[in-house]
Each structure stands twice: as C-alpha cells, then as structure tokens.
Design a protein around this ligand. Structure first.
Ligand SMILES: Nc1ncnc2c1ncn2[C@@H]1O[C@H](COP(=O)(O)OP(=O)(O)O)[C@@H](O)[C@H]1O
Ligand SMILES: [Mg+2]
Length: 296
C-alpha cells in the first residue's frame, strides 16, 4: 500500500513508530505535513498538491492533526476523502472529537456516563450555572484544550465564578464540570482501533496535580479494565465515529465516566505501559479495512 502519515513533525515518537511499523509491514509510506498540502477544488475533481506534485497514488492516510491546526488539518483530510482515499479517522469525526462540548453532548445522547457538565453563553447566567454543579471544587475546561492545558480546578465557589468571568473576558469557549475527587488524580486510557480495545494504561497525576496527562508530568502504569470500562470505551469511540481513538475514563463512585475521546492519541506512554506494538495494530487495521473496501 501507499500510505501517508499526516503529521507536522517526523521526529515525534508516534509519527516515527507509525512510519517504522508501516515500513516493516512492506508498505511505501511518507510523512506529509498537512500544512504544506494545498488543494484544487473543481466540480467533480479534488486534488492535493505537495511540494509541486499532485499526491495522486495514496491508498490511505493516517491523520495526526494537532489541536492548533484543526481547521486546515481537517480540510486536508476532507480533501483526501473527496479523492476516495481511506482515512483511519474521518474529518467529521476529528472535528467532533476536538470540541469537548460537542463530544459531551454526543456521548450523553448515547447514555454514556459523564461528569455533570454545564455551559452557558451569558455572564448573567454564571451564578445559576455554578449552582447547577453543586458544591466546589469544580473543573473548568477550554472547549478545544488538549494535553491538560486549559483544564483548571476551582477549589471554591468564588474561584469558579472568578475563572468563568476571566475566561469570558478573553472570549474563550469553556465548560464546567463537577470534580470527580475519588479518582484521586488517576484516569484510564483505552486505545481503541477498529472497534476493539487494543491497549490500556492507567495514568496517575504527579503529586499536587489533579490532571493525569503525561504532558503534565503524570506517570503511565499497567492496568486491566473491567468489562464495563472496556465496553464503555468501545461505545465512546463508536459514538464519535473514530477508527483510532484514545478514550479517557474516570473511575467514580457512580461508575465509569468518559472524560474525552482523543482523535490523535499518543503512542509513547501506552506502548511503554502496555508493552503492545500499537503502531503495528493500526497498520494492520488499515490493511484489513482497505481489503474489505476492495472486495466490496
Ligand atoms: N471532571 C473531572 N474530575 C476529575 N478530574 C478531571 C476532570 N476532568 C479532567 N480531569 C483530569 O484532567 C485531565 C485532563 O482532562 P481532559 O478532559 O482529558 O482534557 P485534555 O484534553 O486537556 O486532556 C484528565 O485526564 C483527568 O486526569
Ligand atoms: Mg485528556
């Protein structure tokens, strides 16, 4: 197969691993910077150009679209889709996953467990909004944050109000959630590929931190998911329509809660913690999906 990994940086662990795994399995593969892809859109014709040439012979793409380039990145993925190229994650699914508010609404429609989440537009509703959450602490999140940046803990009612006012002041879209204290700074990451949980890890926040993101100094540990956690992760990925997804779960007193579903989940922590070659699993999934397409 002719594969393209859409990534801005070939030195990133995940990009390197996918490249390596695809080559080992005998594929032709290149790393393509989505911001250097340009496109021609005509009636019935879609083209992607890259460094003066038309990218015409790509069988499949693996989008690794960073949060800061969602707009252009998803447009490039959509262009590949218009050309009939297979993608592990579709542009619409990536767009859905990037928006935490939209994700919570979609997961809620399926009855999937979530922390209570509230959101308002008008500053006049801030008091009511915070009251809906009950007693502090509360968590405030930027709707398009990643890697724990843009997730803050408000320890008191006054801090919640103050942060809401501050976020509004800079015109940031945000949501507020109940704080799941009993999770004790740990969460579960389920790596889902093609509707199956292929690897898992538990992430534990470092001392004095509630966010377990590895980018925030959290550590990755081996874990076994319960049947419910396992099924919830699969349902969450399916709800978002993602072929490759990193589902973040919290263990709460009222059961399994989904925090978010990532469309470009990192491979480094999960491969180290689980000992599983997740990159190869992704390439195998593409091989199977393309095989099914051809025989259809
Ligand atoms: N409502 C919550 N209660 C307790 N911990 C939370 C809550 N929301 C987020 N966290 C912690 O913060 C981390 C980052 O939140 P998340 O919603 O996954 O945003 P990001 O996209 O930045 O990773 C989570 O992995 C979890 O450890
Ligand atoms: Mg997360």
């Amino acid at each position: 197969m002719n594969l393209a990994i859409l990534s801005r940086n070939r030195k990133l662990y995940s990009t390197k691993r996918l490249l390596e795994a695809a080559q080992l399995r005998g594929h032709t593969v290149r790393v393509v910077d989505p911001l250097r892809c340009y496109m021609r859109i005509n009636p019935g014709l879609a083209e992607i150009h890259f460094k003066g040439k038309v990218l015409g012979d790509t069988d499949a793409i693996i989008p690794r679209i960073g949060a800061s380039i969602t707009f252009y990145g998803t447009a490039v993925v959509r262009q590949f889709e218009s050309m009939g190229v297979y993608t592990v994650n579709g542009s619409d699914a990536i767009g859905r996953a990037r928006d935490k508010l939209r994700s919570m609404q979609l997961l809620s429609q399926q009855g999937i467990g979530l922390p209570t989440t509230v959101c308002a537009h008008s500053p006049d509703d801030t008091n009511d909004l915070v009251a809906m959450l009950g007693k502090a602490p509360h968590v405030l999140k930027l709707v398009e944050g990643t890697q724990g940046q843009g997730v803050v803990l408000a320890e008191t009612h006054a801090a919640s109000i103050g942060l809401a006012v501050a976020f509004r002041g800079v015109k940031a879209h945000f949501l507020m959630q109940e704080f799941i204290r009993e999770a004790k700074g740990a969460d579960l990451r389920a790596f889902v590929v093609g509707g199956k949980v292929v690897a898992t890890m538990m992430r534990q926040a470092r001392e004095g931190e509630f966010r377990s993101n590895l980018h925030r100094g959290g550590s990755a540990l081996r874990v076994k998911l319960s049947r419910v956690e396992h099924d919830t992760a699969i349902r969450a990925a399916a709800t978002m329509g993602l072929g490759v997804a990193g589902v973040d779960l919290l263990r709460s007193d009222r059961g399994t809660l989904v925090l978010e579903v990532n469309s470009s989940p990192g491979l480094e922590g999960i491969e180290a913690a689980s000992g599983i070659d997740v990159a190869s699993v992704i390439i195998e999934h593409i091989e199977k999906s393309i095989g099914l397409r051809k025989s259809a």
